[in-house]
Design a protein around this ligand. Structure first.
Ligand code: GDP
Length: 183
């Protein structure tokens, strides 16, 4: 986190990571939030990428630098550098694929192992537009999130349901916990 004073007032910069199994919709959640775009087939080239979004909270400029694994997880090779300095995480599964939900505890362990601070975490059940072929109930998602002390939201990167809300809840939670410390 960087915080600095200049003529425009206080500024914050937080790193947020998106994790979860391959093809759950991580890249599309990020492009939906940062660029309001959705890609049905195209896949980012392998390598870590991030996008920066700015939010105004309490009259302050809060920037979130949101990182996407961009395919690293396909090789079980998300590096510790990816997690370093993260203040927030969206941990994503696909509501139509049970195995991606079963992987969540592994992702949470990995996050815990590699992060060096308290991380604001949100469990995200993506692809809620595909309710007709759902394999994980809303209740199961909620109850896992509760037991892990995380926020929970179902999203659709395709139709934009809850995408801004999910990112912004995490950003606000980080901002609140940091400003509580400063006060
Ligand atoms: P990643 O590997 O986790 O980054 O997943 P991608 O963002 O590349 O998405 C994987 C596939 O799922 C792509 O074919 C997307 O078009 C599709 N997808 C992603 N999000 C959604 C969604 O919310 N709804 C639906 N129906 N498809 C989605």
């Amino acid at each position: 986190m960087d915080s600095s004073d200049d003529e425009s007032g206080e500024e914050y910069l937080f790193k947020i990571v998106i994790i979860g199994d391959s093809a759950v919709g991580k890249s599309n959640l990020l492009t939906r939030y940062a660029r309001n775009e959705f890609n049905l087939h195209s896949k980012a080239t392998i390598g870590v990428e991030f996008q920066t979004q700015t939010l105004e909270i309490d009259g302050k400029e809060v920037k979130a630098q949101i990182w996407d694994t961009a395919g690293q997880e396909r090789f079980r090779a998300v590096t510790s550098a990816y997690y370093r300095g993260a203040f927030g995480a969206l941990v994503v599964y696909d509501i139509t694929r049970r195995t991606t939900f079963d992987s969540i505890p592994r992702w949470l362990d990995e996050l815990k192992t590699h992060s060096d601070t308290t991380v604001a975490r949100m469990l995200v059940g993506n692809k809620c537009d595909l309710d007709n072929i759902r394999a994980v109930s809303v209740e199961e998602g909620k109850s896992l999130a509760e037991s892990e002390g995380m926020f929970f939201m179902e999203t659709s990167a395709l139709d934009a349901t809850n995408v801004n809300k999910a990112f912004e809840m995490v950003i606000r939670e980080i901002y609140n916990s940091v400003s509580r410390k400063v006060l």
